[in-house]
Design a protein around this ligand. Structure first.
Ligand SMILES: Cc1cc2nc3c(=O)[nH]c(=O)nc-3n(C[C@H](O)[C@H](O)[C@H](O)COP(=O)(O)OP(=O)(O)OC[C@H]3O[C@@H](n4cnc5c(N)ncnc54)[C@H](O)[C@@H]3O)c2cc1C
Length: 292
């Protein structure tokens, strides 16, 4: 298999993923593939699907809980980083960082992507989970996304992606890999946008734990309340399983104090869920994804 993969794109074997997930969890994989353009990406996926090889698409690793070892091919998308800014939309490949793109278009005086300035993920990961903040999300601006199913490229409309709160139909259709998307933008007031982004950045710095490795919010907010408040009210800040700990700054953040692995994070998640269920009879829903 290695020989075939190498003929398609750059491949590394027995790869250490600690630097490739924002939790900095200890994790390795059999193969790490780094396609540098859409053609290589499609060829690789076509080969992998045809040969029934286990694989996983990795963006910036900021919404996932990686296993100690992934026994398959991890396909890293950051090499697919072309974008074009047009008068009323942006075209971006899946490996473009959404926060960098948001800063770029906002600086140019376009509104639409401003909600995403602090989100440390790729376009692919953000389109997949409908990333959002400050009252907006990807579903508000997505015109269409190009996906690849191993044989053909399909253009999916916003409606077809069936967006909901931090979710899309792509979660149930793992056969679709996002290649690129088009996002709506519109001319706004440069100074006002600048002030808005500064205000939001300050809010993030004040409320989120940005000085420890994490993958952002662990749970979706239940109807009418916030997961962070429920966890905080139970006195769980600082509660830990080995090096995985509920952040003192933001109770809906789990941080890695040094050497946490998937087992530690998942055990902590289960304990939080069970305490919230016992106390409030609320089933917290995981926003992050556990990779097996
Ligand atoms: C400090 C911090 C703050 C955060 N703040 C926010 C926030 O305000 N709002 C928010 O919504 N999220 C937030 N997040 C979470 C995260 O940044 C977003 O969910 C982001 O969109 C994930 O993108 P990613 O590239 O890191 O995806 P990854 O974590 O790499 O992957 C997530 C999922 O997307 C899939 N995926 C990635 N690329 C593709 C592709 N090309 N095709 C198909 N599937 C793909 C992966 O297979 C995986 O299932 C935060 C995270 C951190 C660490």
């Amino acid at each position: 298999m290695k020989k075939e993969l190498i003929s398609i794109c750059e491949i590394e074997e027995n790869f250490d993923l600690k630097k490739y997930n924002t939790y900095k969890l200890n994790s390795t994989c059999d193969y790490f593939a780094k396609p540098k353009n859409v053609e290589e990406f499609k060829k690789l996926i076509e080969y992998i699907i045809k040969n029934n090889i286990k694989y996983f698409i990795l963006g910036n690793g900021s919404n996932i809980i990686l296993p100690v070892h992934y026994d398959g091919v991890v396909i890293y998308t950051r090499g697919l980083n072309n974008y074009e800014i047009r008068e009323n939309y942006v075209y971006a490949e899946c490996g473009v960082m959404i926060n960098a793109l948001a800063i770029k278009v906002t600086d140019m005086g376009y509104a639409g992507l401003d909600f995403a300035t602090g989100i440390p993920g790729t376009i692919g990961g953000s389109v997949y989970m409908n990333a959002g903040c400050f009252g907006s999300d990807v579903s508000n601006i997505l015109i269409s996304a190009e996906v690849f199913d191993g044989e053909k490229v399909i253009e999916l409309s916003n409606e077809e992606l069936k967006y909901g709160y931090r979710t899309s139909m792509l979660k149930e259709h793992k056969e679709y890999t996002i290649l690129s998307c088009k996002l709506k933008i519109e001319k706004g007031n440069k100074e006002e946008l600048k002030a808005l982004v500064t205000e939001r950045t300050n809010k993030r710095i004040a409320s989120q734990d940005l000085s420890h490795p994490s993958a952002g919010s662990v749970f979706r907010n239940p109807e009418g309340t916030s997961a962070g408040k429920l966890i905080d009210d139970l006195g769980l800040k600082g509660y830990s399983v080995n090096d995985a700990m509920v952040s003192f700054k933001h109770a809906n953040f789990i941080i890695n104090n040094k050497d946490a692995n998937q087992e530690d994070v998942v055990k902590l998640i289960e304990e939080i869920k069970s305490k919230v269920k016992d106390e409030y009879d609320i089933d917290l829903i995981l926003e992050q994804e556990i990779i097996k």
